[in-house]
Ligand binder design. Structure first.
Ligand code: GN1
Ligand code: MG
Length: 367
């Protein structure tokens, strides 16, 4: 949808004059703009047009973000760090709301743009993967004493039992010619049903506890500084009670991929064990203090679980007529799904090594 960000931008509490508004084209769901202001010392901002088709309760989403970022702000200040750089800062609207609704009923939100920060699609070196692990573990650690209620704005988001229900109804709704045409791809999903639902059982039994998670902890959602240290995790739209394994798994999916998430050529996509090792080392260093033994034992499988979930969701959206994700061309969701499938296959191949790596690192941490 073509939208005009000018009116919403001017409805937030920005002190200085707006100089330019330019699109930032990374997200699969929302539209994001960078709002530059005049004056050497005046900050810039990120403006987002929220996708209300995916996020049906934007007010509750913004309230969740507000609660979590306020908690993180206190933690960051306790460490003596600058919360304007080490945390996401929401900018209220002119009528003191966490969002602005335009004349067409579209929702907008704004946060501070953090200067001298970098995001990556693929890590440049192991040091970045290690830092990412520390940053993600630290994020979970800071939230481990968060006790406020959060509205579950995306019920079943990383719940594969729920995703299989959605999948079954999509498969039941498509013509049999499509089922034959995509039988190989459909088999990717069917052949893993049992193992994925068995793993799901660990969440359902409570052996894997409910904890606050980011739920979209891919590499692109981590801000690094120029020294490859993590500033903070961004894009908090999906912060919900869930499992830290969703974040660990999504991080491994994105950090270890040698290609793009939607690589045109699945041959480019492999799992890089070196980055798995580095991320895991950083993560365990920060998070071993509060993780239970089932969580530790499940770290390696969580990467397969989340990678599988992503390829299922991309494929399901493709078969369902591309209603959910933003796409650049009609085959885009299939291309994403194929690339993620290539990654899953390589993870399955390396799985034994992944399990041993987690075990060795955990032992070295003296736990
Ligand atoms: C979507 O829009 P973005 O990139 O923040 C999706 C995530 C996926 C991700 C894959 C609400 O996030 O679940 O992991 O694409 N967000 C939602 O890149 O579905
Ligand atoms: Mg997101």
């Amino acid at each position: 949808m073509a939208v005009n960000p000018g009116v919403p931008a001017s409805n937030f509490q920005i002190a200085s004059r707006i100089e330019s508004i330019t699109p930032l084209g990374e997200g699969n769901i929302h539209e994001t703009f960078i709002v530059r202001t005049s004056g050497v010392d005046s900050p810039d901002y990120l403006l987002q047009h929220k996708n209300k088709n995916v996020f049906r309760d934007v007010p509750s989403m913004m309230e969740n973000i507000h609660k979590v970022s306020s908690h993180l702000k206190t933690k960051v200040e306790e460490k003596g760090l600058d919360p304007l750089r080490h945390n996401l800062t929401l900018i209220p609207s002119k009528n003191n709301s966490l969002y602005f609704v335009d004349e067409e009923g579209e929702y907008w939100a704004m946060c501070l743009y953090i200067n001298d920060s970098v995001t990556y699609r693929i890590p440049l070196n192991s040091r970045q993967a290690f830092s990412g692990g520390c940053g993600t573990g630290d994020f979970h650690n800071m939230l481990s004493d968060f006790r406020e209620p959060l509205t579950d704005i995306l019920p079943g988001f990383h719940n594969l039992r729920y995703r299989y229900e959605q999948w079954d109804s999509v498969i039941a709704s498509i013509p049999s010619a499509s089922k034959s045409r995509y039988s190989a791809e459909i088999d990717w999903i069917e052949s893993r049903r049992e193992e994925m639902l068995k793993f799901r059982g660990l969440f359902e039994s409570g052996e894997i506890p409910l904890r606050v998670a980011h739920n979209d902890a891919k590499l692109l959602n981590i801000l690094f500084d120029k020294n490859d240290d993590v500033l903070c995790l961004i894009d908090l739209d999906t912060v919900l009670y869930g499992s830290v394994l969703y974040d660990f798994g999504d991080a491994i999916r994105s950090y270890t991929n040698t290609g793009e998430e939607d690589d045109v050529n699945p041959e480019n996509v492999r799992m890089r064990m070196e980055y798995f090792e580095a991320f895991t080392r950083g993560y365990i260093q920060e998070a071993s203090a509060f993780l239970n033994s089932v969580e530790i034992e499940s770290l390696a499988f969580s990467a397969r679980y989340i990678t599988f979930e992503q390829l299922l969701r991309f494929l399901m959206d493709y078969l369902d007529g591309n209603k959910y994700y933003r796409i650049v061309h009609p085959e885009h969701n299939m291309q994403r799904s194929r690339a993620q499938y290539a990654l899953l296959l390589d993870m399955e191949k390396h799985y034994g090594k992944m399990v041993n790596t987690v075990y060795d690192i955990y032992k070295q941490c003296g736990k």
